[in-house]
Write a protein that binds this ligand. Sequence first.
Ligand SMILES: Cc1cc2nc3c(=O)[nH]c(=O)nc-3n(C[C@H](O)[C@H](O)[C@H](O)COP(=O)(O)O)c2cc1C
Length: 196
Amino acid sequence: METSTITSIIDTIKKRRSVFPASYTNQVISKETLLEILETANYAPTHRLTEPWRFKVIGGEALGKLGDLLATWYKENASADKFSEVKYKKTAQKPRKSSHMIAICMQRDPQERVPEWEEVASVAMAVQNMWLTASALGVGAYWSSPKSIHSEACAKFLNLGEGETCLGFLYMGYHELPEIPARRNPMAEKIEWISS
Ligand SMILES: Cc1cc2nc3c(=O)[nH]c(=O)nc-3n(C[C@H](O)[C@H](O)[C@H](O)COP(=O)(O)O)c2cc1C
């Protein structure tokens, strides 16, 4: 691989950030671009080739419907002392501010040949592939994992089948933000070298 290619891969990884709906422009992501992003998910590693990633692409009027569903669930399930009107309104607005949302779903292997955590890990790697591709194409994205993803209303909206679970939503939209610095503690603190 050419040095410039390696450099740009590393650069893409380091520059990917969570970009939230408040920063999205009105520009709609084309189906072609969405498919280009989704295609890269399919190259994630997967134990026993179970390929557990499933995605539901939500756009157009469905965004408002999903926003209302998530906000209503929040209103009905937040405890009285924790409920926030601001969060309620934001929950309804965020999908409407997005070009698209991708529901991140996991299809459990019917024969359960691998532990569930390995399937979750594979789906997360598939999401990272998409997130990096989106970022490289100038599309902002962030993974949201509200409690409502475990609700029956959400399962119905997403048409989840037997053994299929929703792990969150990838909110997506174009943005015009300058590069966002990463907030990370040094990697050296997280590495232990074992050599004897
Ligand atoms: C599995 C997963 C779930 C996440 N859920 C949420 C969430 O519910 N709300 C949120 O604001 N960010 C969520 N995030 C995004 C993280 O907050 C974000 O990745 C982290 O702050 C690091 O920032 P960066 O993505 O810009 O590097 C989630 C990320 C992952 C990987």
